[in-house]
Ligand binder design. Structure first.
Ligand code: NAP
Length: 229
């Protein structure tokens, strides 16, 4: 039976391309979207390409929405074998200019969301002895590089990297947890001047999501190569 992947924020940008890549590799893909209509539209586009993709409503900034998604999948007997925490927001204001609402939303979506999806789906992976988690991070959150991105975004990605290492050290069996930086990609977040296509941005993420049993865990990768935390 095909393994199942859940990709958050799969309705556009890099997440959409990750859905296409994983379905093309033979996985059954749950295209996560916080908006049901956008999710249905995006998944229908991929089904037109002959891919096994269906929409799943999940707002990662909302604990009840994450729990609701987990409950629906459990009730349907669907196990998530591959979790791609891709959804994120990108406020551009500096550390000292952020209002509370922006600060809270950024951490809710970029950090607590992935944490909650991991809490919902990783125990099942550990119990079954197999799983792949990819946290889509950014060089903007690299401590080694000086956390160069805008305030809340950069710190949220640094924290997501910390969660990645912590979780990788916690799980057992063939469960791999890695972080990926897609590079600067032409999406709504990256803007039109970015040099990379969404497909190129999706490549390392899809690679980590389908690692063989002897693949790496607890690492941070760009272009399929390790980069400093
Ligand atoms: P994007 O085009 O802005 O797409 C963001 C996606 O996240 C959309 O599907 C959006 O859904 C979803 N999202 C936002 N808040 C959400 C929430 N509360 N719940 C569920 N989904 C939510 O961004 P992207 O460029 O594809 O970025 C994808 C990932 O790559 C992010 O983690 C980003 O930090 C990372 N990244 C991107 C770049 C780049 O240059 N683009 C560089 C480094 C890292 P809606 O359509 O509903 O808004």
């Amino acid at each position: 039976m095909a393994r199942t992947a859940l990709v958050t924020g799969g309705n556009r940008g890099i997440g959409f391309e990750v859905c296409r890549r994983l379905a093309g590799a033979g996985l059954a893909v749950l295209l996560g979207s916080r908006d049901a209509g956008r999710g249905d539209e995006a998944s229908a586009r991929l089904r037109e390409e002959g891919l096994d993709v269906r929409a799943e409503r999940i707002d990662v900034g909302d604990a009840a929405s994450v729990a609701g998604c987990a409950d629906r999948l459990a009730a349907a007997g669907i196990a998530v074998d591959v979790l791609v925490n891709n959804a994120a927001v990108y406020p551009t204001r500096g550390v000292l200019d952020l209002d509370d609402a922006t600060l809270e939303e950024t951490f809710a979506v970029n950090l607590l969301g992935p944490w909650r999806t991991c809490r919902a789906f990783v125990p099942g992976m550990v119990a079954r002895g197999h799983g792949r988690v990819v946290n889509v991070s950014s060089g903007d959150g690299s401590v080694a590089d000086g956390i160069p991105g805008p305030g809340a975004y950069a710190v949220s990605k640094a924290a997501l990297n910390a969660l990645t290492r912590k979780l990788a050290a916690t799980v057992r069996g063939d469960v791999k947890v890695n972080a990926a930086c897609p590079g600067w990609v032409r999406t709504e977040m990256g803007g039109g001047a970015a040099p990379r296509s969404p497909a190129r941005g999706a490549d390392t993420i899809a690679w980590l999501a389908t690692l063989p049993v002897d693949g790496p865990t607890g690492g941070f990768f760009r272009d399929r190569a390790p980069i400093p935390w």
